[in-house]
Design a protein around this ligand. Structure first.
Ligand code: SF4
Length: 352
């Protein structure tokens, strides 16, 4: 029997508390018959509210929602209830930076637990998340479409060409399946937070903390924006690169081509590897190894190819030229690098 056909009946409330996104966990909460009003105001759930705040705060400051004791039934119930509370708070903070940071904090936390679970349990979770994963002759196999959707294929070892593909299924190991589930959960949480509106009752309950989170995020973004990038002057950068930079720092979704363009642009202006890495360090979903791999690849540090940034036509084709009609220089150039160089000359009084 393949793992995907096995039914896992989680009897243990500590397991439900560790994985609050599971159907069984959500049903458990539903059966407690607690109204949103009670959850937000009743003294009985104050601990759950505090843990909810702690989840968000830990994700924001430490990059992981954090561990708490799950020794008693009450511990587990409070942990379970804190999950929807933390998500409601994140929605009300409203900043894309915080939502992404929070989603990453939850996903990283789940990944740590997942690595210690047996394979049947991992298959159960993967299947519940809609992925086609099974075991065959003690091998773990994932349908290639689900693999491509969820695996971090930006890394060489994850690229499909470096994998064994058998009748549409890709072989993976236990740790890789945990990593794929982590990525799936992170994207799900972001999607869910982006699709929800802040409820007034939630805002009123956590107003002080929500405002404090907003201030922390705004300060972080402001600090990142005013930080010089090596010897490159931000004020001389073309609108397209300024926009990409601001998206990275605010935690917005930055398309792959835009990331490529900014790295290649800064590399062409002779910024060194560490200076380029620095612009990503303030991003909410910053992952050192992932960013390092991409930057090394684009800058030619690891291979012989050093990429040049795309010209204006290509930038427009990819939808990453903000087409600023008021910017006279944009009308005259056909490459972001030319824009920077002309503006630099003008700032030195050498050009018009
Ligand atoms: S016209 Fe060129 S330089 Fe100006 S914003 Fe668009 S891509 Fe950038």
């Amino acid at each position: 029997m393949s793992g995907s056909e096995k039914l896992v009946d989680i009897q243990d409330i500590a397991t439900l508390a560790k994985y609050p996104f599971l159907k069984q966990s959500r049903e458990y909460i539903k059966n407690l018959n607690i109204s949103v009003e009670e959850l937000l105001q009743d003294i009985a759930y104050e601990r759950a509210r505090l843990i909810g705040l702690e989840r968000v705060e830990n994700a924001l400051k430490k990059g992981d929602v954090g561990n708490r004791s799950l020794a008693t039934e009450t511990d587990c119930i409070m942990e379970l209830l804190s999950y929807p509370i933390a998500r409601m708070i994140s929605v009300c903070v409203g900043e894309p930076y915080l939502k992404r940071r929070y989603a990453l904090g939850e996903a990283i936390h789940f990944y740590k637990y997942l690595q210690n679970e047996d394979i049947d349990f991992l298959l159960y979770i993967a299947n519940e998340l809609g992925m086609d994963v099974k075991t065959s002759d003690s091998k773990i196999e994932i349908y290639f479409v689900d693999y491509l959707k969820n695996a971090p294929t930006r890394y060489k070892e994850w690229k499909l060409v470096n994998r064994v593909l058998d009748k549409g299924y890709v072989y993976i190991n236990h740790r890789e399946l945990s990593r794929i589930i982590e990525e799936n959960l992170r994207n799900r949480i972001i999607e869910e937070l982006d699709s929800r509106e802040c409820e007034e009752m939630v805002y009123k309950t956590f107003q002080k903390e929500i405002e404090s989170f907003r201030n922390i995020v705004k300060l972080k973004i402001k600090k990142a924006k005013t930080k010089p990038i090596g010897k490159v002057s931000i004020s001389l950068m073309p609108p397209c690169m300024k926009k990409i930079l601001s998206m990275i720092q605010s935690g917005e979704n930055v398309p792959h081509m835009a990331r490529f363009a900014i790295v290649a642009f800064l590399n062409s202006l002779n910024l060194n590897f560490n200076e380029i890495m620095e612009i990503f360090r303030n991003a909410p979903d910053y992952e050192e190894d992932k960013t390092k791999y991409q930057v090394e690849h684009i800058t030619g540090r690891k291979s012989s190819t050093k990429y040049t940034p795309p010209g204006c036509d290509k930038m427009r084709t990819y939808g990453i030229c903000p087409i600023d009609e008021t910017d006279e220089l944009c009308k005259r150039v056909n490459h972001p690098l030319t824009y920077y160089k002309l503006k630099w000359k003008k700032s030195k009084g050498e050009g018009k």
